[in-house]
Design a protein around this ligand. Sequence first.
Ligand code: FES
Ligand SMILES: [Fe+2]
Length: 282
Amino acid sequence: MSNTIKTDANKLTDTRSMPQQRNALEHNPNQLALTEIVNFDRIINVNTERVWENVLDWEHLAWLHDTSFDYNELDAAGEWGWRVWSDSAHKNHIELCVNRDQSTYVARSYLAGEQISEIWTTITANNGDTSINVSINAPNIDIKKLPKLSAIYLNLYTQLWDEDEQMMIRRQAKLSDRSHGPDSINLGALDALEAEKIVKLGRHEWQIRKSDKGIEVYAANCPHLLGPLGQNTDNQVVCPWHGYRFDIISGKCVFPEHANCRLPQPPTVAIIEGQASLSLVV
Ligand code: FES
Ligand SMILES: [Fe+2]
């Protein structure tokens, strides 16, 4: 599997880009023999702002949903939605188009130029949460296989929405957290310090990792969209939401190229007579 994000900055800002699919917001514009495979309703425990943000977020496909997607490379994006290549040979693609007025969007997948699915999703505010209705359609379905296909697609889209919902809930919680930690903190005896710990110091949460080399401290939350930063390997940490990779020494984002975020400067670590403490750099 290659979790890939590729793009160039022009494609992110090119407002002239358009859906490739003509009459993209019509049902079945290709006049296919479409059958509805499954239709389901669900409540997502975040507001519609988070859900729309997620809909337009093409970058997470091959990272957050790495068991369902292998590859995503941006072809075009704009107010209308986005189109990504789903293979490195540029034979297959997914195009998603939004209709904000009708609170709906449609995603169509193509294999070698041939449309293989058309999924309509409607988004409705529901007391601070979001109700969604999802209608999954595909052409040339053998009706005998419909029950089996329904179960497969329902499972798949339940998993995708579960993964999305977890990401959105965490992001919302981090955005809502206005708390401010102290400027310094005494971690106690170095010998007694756990191998991994998260503390809040100033505005940020920091992960503290104890190893043979000493104590490492770096941001716990990804500066891109607040995903959980993982373990340091060769002085780099990778975020599982969109695969952004950061150098923990310089704070620089080293992947992808178009990223314009960096890690905040970590607190200084002092170890005096076996007692560890952290202080914000002012
Ligand atoms: S939140 Fe997007 S890469 Fe971390
Ligand atoms: Fe998703």
